[in-house]
Design a protein around this ligand. Sequence first.
Ligand SMILES: NC(=O)c1ccc[n+]([C@@H]2O[C@H](COP(=O)([O-])OP(=O)(O)OC[C@H]3O[C@@H](n4cnc5c(N)ncnc54)[C@H](O)[C@@H]3O)[C@@H](O)[C@H]2O)c1
Length: 255
Amino acid sequence: MINIAVTGARGRMGALIIENIGDAPDMRLVAALDISGIEMPAGADDVVVSHAGGIDAVLKTTSPDVLIDFTIADAAISNIRHAVSNNANLVVGTTGLEPYQDEIAEIIAGNVSAVIAPNFAVGVNVFWKLLAEAAAYIGDWDIEIVEAHHRHKKDAPSGTAMQAAETISRVISRKRLVHGREGLCPRGDEIGIHAIRGGDIVGDHFVLFAGDGERIEIKHQAHSRQAFAAGAIRAARWVMDAPAGVHGMDEVLGL
Ligand SMILES: NC(=O)c1ccc[n+]([C@@H]2O[C@H](COP(=O)([O-])OP(=O)(O)OC[C@H]3O[C@@H](n4cnc5c(N)ncnc54)[C@H](O)[C@@H]3O)[C@@H](O)[C@H]2O)c1
């Protein structure tokens, strides 16, 4: 049985992941943490929500094998530290962690195994692979990345869009990103990135490769958050036998 703790337990993703844990015969929810809904039933296995401020004590008493974190960047860094000091492996879906990448790798190195991915959906991981392949052939075309998400999403552009830019940049050595455009801004050699926010859009990503007289568009659309939750559950199983250090979803999926 894999014992799991969830931080961000009252959030859209946390609540869905707890539902998935309840349906998994090989998993048990041992702790649920958030900063709201304290003492409310977490939704699986008679666990109630504990205040995230007491995370260290909760992890000490419940000894989870894996902590799954879908919160906000500042909270995730602190939760990662507590997981490592309590010897819990990690599955981190929180986005906006790019500025902390080196710090996180240092905290985790040699201590626990972690899967950290801005997008756990299988299709998105294949989408990134397709982008790398397209960039190898038509990397000299104009490239624009457009993402759309629901009105509640806090960070922009999405971690998935940034990962798309990073993936393409790695292939074509084009590092300059331009976020949106306004006023006089003639197109140069940049990769353009655009974020749209509205309604209940779960997550759309679309990359345009535009040449002279033709274009290719590569697009992924998530229909429901279950695509992310299922990937996170898969990662939680995989991380149990993974070597210490930070891993990506591409490794989980063997891409
Ligand atoms: N990697 C992926 O596949 C993927 C998919 C969807 C969302 N996300 C990311 O996951 C994160 C959460 O998304 P969401 O839609 O569930 O957001 P949400 O706002 O619905 O949920 C976040 C939850 O975290 C809680 N929280 C805030 N600070 C906390 C702390 N210090 N300790 C514990 N809990 C705390 C909030 O109270 C809230 O309940 C975001 O960064 C989002 O971009 C990633």
